[in-house]
Design a protein around this ligand. Structure first.
Ligand code: FAD
Length: 474
């Protein structure tokens, strides 16, 4: 079984490495060079084990993807991870380990716009007079913001967890795992209008049918407060591992089949030159489960593991970027960082906080999840840019005259991810989590999906460290 370590222990691993327990040096294959694979490789290499990393793409980082093309020099768009909360010490420990400079990520800016029901107003105006937004709320809810009421709900859960620790969490999982977000809001007696306001402003509309626990864990954990970003792009984090792993990293090697005997693992992979195999004592599989679905497993995994690979729900996510020749949102509208919230197809807009010295800017014109994201996927890449500029011009009419180009990323269509991130359906934490983690013979599992910090770098690192620690101690 993969061992459980406290956060302090895990931090100690990043800072000081694995304890030398004088166990035999092992050969370990790591499948995937995202943050889970890289942190596992870091641990094992530092402890003197022999490592080989097989990565299908010709870059490392996986779902950390900083797009520098097709943008003007000095500009980029974060197609994957873009922010790190102070509540994620493992991610920040690696940022510190590699001496990467950070600066604040503005999550919300009162100067940003709300554009709902064809009405545009600044976010601070919307917050001051929620009734002007026109949601069909119950009389008792008038004048109230769904997000303020939500904060009260979260505060009461946070108090329970603060007082009861892990036992309180276990109890909450026991009593609330079956709830979707919508079902939980209904238990609070919220009107449909208030639920709609919450869905739009808290970006939950497309996740209403997902497990309530996913949202609760993020909000109680403070995952959206006090955030930073890496200066020069988030991909500097995975790239910082390169000097250490370059000799054991095989890029362009797509794993196609897994086999094992009582003594070794045999991993078959495909390159442009044909099919090859690598053998080792153990393997750490960090491939997202939608990808695992298409990998041949010659000695079949246990039924519970097969079920977990089949059933684990992954969310969709789309990002659409537009490059503008002038930063009109700053110069004309006085918006420095943060975003605007809309009910249009773009849904959430984020204003860039880098690249000011160029005079230009790459706006994250649309960041969506779930159903909102699927709909972007059905448009051609060209049409995504046309649709995005039309929506952005509703908020910023100057956009038409200033747009220079753009790019988009659909994670649900990405062949190496097959989805944006694991997001439990109601009940899946109880049904599947344990089976996602369980090793299968000589195969150990890591990746954000093999943690409870789904959709965050923190989860990927935690799972990578745990898998490396377990194998080291075998
Ligand atoms: P991955 O990074 O997916 O690594 C898996 C690797 O396996 C990839 O490199 C892939 O190419 C490789 N692979 C796939 N198939 C094969 C194969 N057949 N053979 C060999 N290799 C293969 N986290 C944050 O902390 N902050 C954020 O702001 C944030 N925002 C996000 C926004 C989006 C849109 C997305 C999609 C994710 C975001 N995340 C964020 C989550 C974070 O990016 C991920 O949790 C983390 O990067 C996952 O790391 P991983 O190693 O588990 O998986």
């Amino acid at each position: 079984m993969t061992q459980v370590l406290s956060e302090t222990d895990l931090l100690g691993l990043i800072q000081h490495g694995l304890k030398d327990n004088a166990s035999a040096r092992k050969k370990v294959l790591i499948l995937g060079a995202g943050m889970a694979g890289l942190s596992a490789a870091d641990m094992l290499l530092r402890a003197g084990h022999q490592v080989e990393i097989l990565e299908a793409q010709n870059r490392l980082g996986g779902r950390i993807l900083t797009l520098r093309e097709p943008f003007a020099p000095g500009l980029y768009g974060e197609a994957g991870a873009m922010r790190i909360p102070k509540a994620h010490p493992l991610t920040l420990a690696y940022v510190e380990h590699f001496s990467l400079p950070t600066f604040p990520f503005t999550i919300s800016n009162p100067r940003g716009y709300s554009h709902m029901n064809d009405q545009k107003m600044r976010l601070d105006e919307a917050h001051a007079a929620p009734d002007r937004l026109g949601f069909d709320v119950a009389p008792a809810e008038r004048g109230k913001l769904a997000s303020d009421l939500w904060d009260e709900v979260i505060a009461s859960f946070a108090r329970r967890v603060e007082q009861g620790g892990q036992a309180a969490w276990d109890e909450i999982v026991h009593t609330h795992d079956q709830y979707s977000v919508r079902e939980f809001l209904e238990t609070l007696g919220w009107s449909e209008g208030l639920i709609e306001m919450f869905g739009l402003f808290n970006n939950q509309e497309s996740m209403m049918n997902s497990s309530f626990l996913e949202l609760l864990r993020e909000d109680v954990g403070g995952y959206y407060t006090d955030l930073v970003q890496i200066e020069g792009g988030m991909d500097r984090l995975p790239r910082s591992f390169l000097p250490q792993v370059k000799d054991c990293l095989r890029l362009g090697a797509r794993v196609v089949a897994l086999d094992q005997s009582p003594d070794e693992v045999i991993v078959h992979y495909q390159t442009y030159a044909g099919r090859f195999e690598s053998r080792a004592d153990y393997a750490i599989v960090t491939l997202p489960f939608p990808v695992m679905r298409h990998i041949e497993v010659l000695k079949p995994f246990s039924r519970p593991k097969q079920r977990a690979i089949r059933q684990l729900k992954y969310d969709a996510s789309a990002k659409v970027f537009l490059q503008f020749r002038r930063r009109f949102w700053e110069m004309d509208d006085g918006i420095y960082g943060g975003g605007s919230v809309t009910d249009m197809a773009v849904r959430n807009v984020f204003y860039p906080e880098h690249g000011r010295e160029t005079g230009r800017g790459v706006m994250l014109a649309s960041y969506t999840w779930g159903e909102d994201a699927q709909r972007w996927g059905s448009l051609s890449p060209e049409d995504r840019l046309h649709q995005a500029i039309e929506n952005i011009a509703e908020i910023h009419p100057q956009a038409f005259g200033e747009v220079e180009g753009g790019a988009s990323q659909m994670w649900h269509d990405d062949p190496y991810a097959g989805g944006a991130f694991a997001l439990f359906d109601p009940g899946q934490q109880t049904l599947l989590h344990e089976h996602i983690l369980t090793p299968e013979g000589r195969y150990y599992f890591a990746g954000e999906h093999a943690s409870l910090a789904h959709a965050w770098i923190q989860g990927a690192i935690e799972s990578g460290l745990l898998a490396a620690h377990t194998i080291h101690n075998l």
